[in-house]
Ligand binder design. Sequence first.
Ligand SMILES: [Zn+2]
Length: 164
Amino acid sequence: MMHPDFMFLVTHAAIGALVGELFPNHPYLAFVLGFCSHLLTDIIPHGDTKIYKGYIAGSKVKRAIAYVMLDGVITVFFILTLFNTHVYDHRFAVSMGVAGGVLPDLLVAMYEIFHVKALKWFHKFHFFFHNMISGKHDLPFPVGFAMQLLLLVPLLGRLLRGAF
Ligand SMILES: [Zn+2]
């Protein structure tokens, strides 16, 4: 069964990049901390429970797919832009932070699309964090969306300084 996780992938990538910046000489640590940052930020409710229901009902499948694609393309643009900034100096640590930051959702998608049995535990583990609060008290989607933007904009401002 499909699950929604509409915490923006670009947010996870940006937090991962920030971790890489904080540990420029410790790329593997950046990877692990980037991975942990994903699970921890997923705990913050981001208003995707209703989308999940629409998804199960089949009424909003196209919209959900379009959303994920848009988020994926924005993430690619973010990473391309990021690598035209000062991070070029410690790009391995930043790459590892970003990789760790987005990996959990990649594993979740692998499980949901290809039913990779070995990932079942991880799928549960991921949604244990994701649904910790939102399973009972989720926000309306517009509020969750606005909160994510409030987090994302300053983060991008910091990370992409020097790119333009
Ligand atoms: Zn996630």
